[in-house]
Design a protein around this ligand. Sequence first.
Ligand SMILES: [Zn+2]
Length: 283
Amino acid sequence: MASGKVDVAGRRTGMKHPKRGVPEGLWRRCPGCRQTIFRKEAERRLGVCPECDYHWYVSANDRIAQVLDDGTFEEWDADLEPTDPLEFTDQRKYADRLAAEQKRTGLRDAALAGTGMIRARRVAFGVTDSAFIMGSMGSVVGERLTRLIERATDQSLPLIIVSGSGGGARMHEGILSLMQMAKVSAALGRYDTAGGLFISVLTNPTMGGVAASFASLGDLVFAEPRALIGFAGPRTIKATMRIELPEGFQTSEFLLEHGYIDRIVRRHDLKSEIARVIDYSGL
Ligand SMILES: [Zn+2]
């Protein structure tokens, strides 16, 4: 493949050394097996590598299309907008970062929530998107999910939240971000008392304050294969604990073996598995 492939625009895609951060094109490199995969084929397979079963990132909107019955999703609280109460600045102003992320992703913040059908069963459905400030939970994500849980409680709906949050709590919002962990967890406590069924689906990555709150509180916790799931990153843990960490200790497979998650569910099976659990629970 020395000449490289030519994409639809006639450019050399340079498959030997694909540019990082430029995923668009006819082909994509699989991080799992390093093979070059025809993009359309990967998309047809819901973003799963046909060679090695690696599960690529999918956006919140794509996830809704994959899991919910066609055209049944109705978004709740779409009008909630993030603000910048601390006037926070790191490499750039948080307000500017928000505006740029909104433009790039087409989302107002890192979570979508609403209701829809899964194989004709009505559910409350939330999803976080790691493309928006690493899917981190600020006030809007926390509030959207809390209202989702409260509506699921009022309407006795099964609740499904798919997490793709590498960022945990959104520290640009300081304590207002951290308190979302308690707020969402308390809402889940009330939902549980009311007899609800919460299926938490962990995808790559689910870390920090998201892993340490709602994502770990499912009656059932599913995870996609080979997802990175944990609290602090391995380097931080190693520096703090000064011990050698087991190989792959933050993967779905390791966490299943150690009882932290209940089941690894391949993306193709997710919709059917959720429907089956809802039927089994009798909700
Ligand atoms: Zn692969």
